[in-house]
Design a protein around this ligand. Sequence first.
Ligand code: GLV
Length: 328
Amino acid sequence: MSKPKVFISREIFPEAIEMVRKVADTDLWPEETPAPRDVLLSKVSGVDGLLCLLTDKIDSELMEIAGPRLKVISQIAVGYENIDVKAATKRGIPVGYTPGVLTHATADFTFTLMLAAGRRLIDGTNFVKAGKWRTWHPLHFLGKEIYGSTLGLIGLGRIGLEVAKRATGFQMNILYHDIVRRRDLEEQYSLTYVDRDTILKQSDFLSLHVNLNPETYHLISEKEFSIMKSTAVLVNAARGPVIDPNALYWALKNGEIAAAGLDVTEPEPIPDDDPLLTLDNCIIAPHIASASIEARQEMSRIAAQNLVNGLQGEKLVECVNPEVYAKT
Ligand code: GLV
């Protein structure tokens, strides 16, 4: 019997590719950048399984072109807003993802952004590299101290909670806001639930940990910046479009807030001429919060296992739409 066919849309850890190669004829996209749409569509035509990334649009047109053999879509990410999950469910196709294993990496990186943006690390590094460091100066590169300051978390899911745990080590006063109040966690982690205006008003560091959906699109825009402290540091390791980038530019430029640390932007990648790139008080990383070796290795392994399970008709280890199993 011939092996099933799969397409893997970018290079992942070699052990994970090996897991897939053992059971399937594997076509791997070797380039750094995503396959153009027409190439992606031709690559998926007739496959039994697909391992994809956030940068691939997996919609109903693609599923139609893949055809009736498509048994599994395995995404290597915890987010999956690039996938039309409803369309997959309608076709009975399980969608895999990789939650949990990137929680610590992302929480660590959130702190990296808070500390680096708050204490002007990149700004200072650029100053040194430009040959401008001439003396120690009491008033140079003043930033916001993290110890004992107020942290506002918008979204208290897996990653938000891990950020809160780290914040207790810095003796931060931790506020949170979410659509679901987590009374069960409040005492243990010294968390205070507050409404949106209060979190905006009181946070020295405001960190976003929500999914991207119609309710969270441009959640932080002009009005929100006008409420925030002028000394506040805004951090986003969630999704770029949660912040209105135009409003962010003006808030940073006009001193409505002090600094921003972004791991995600709208759009991605950020265009070379984006005005945010001209600001010293805005640090921008290329969506690398989950890029610890440990997390990416586990993400690769889980994505490969999901793909293999789906090809073999077994339940995925991490499934976005388990309702597909109820139907069979
Ligand atoms: C990365 O942003 C992910 O969703 O895994």
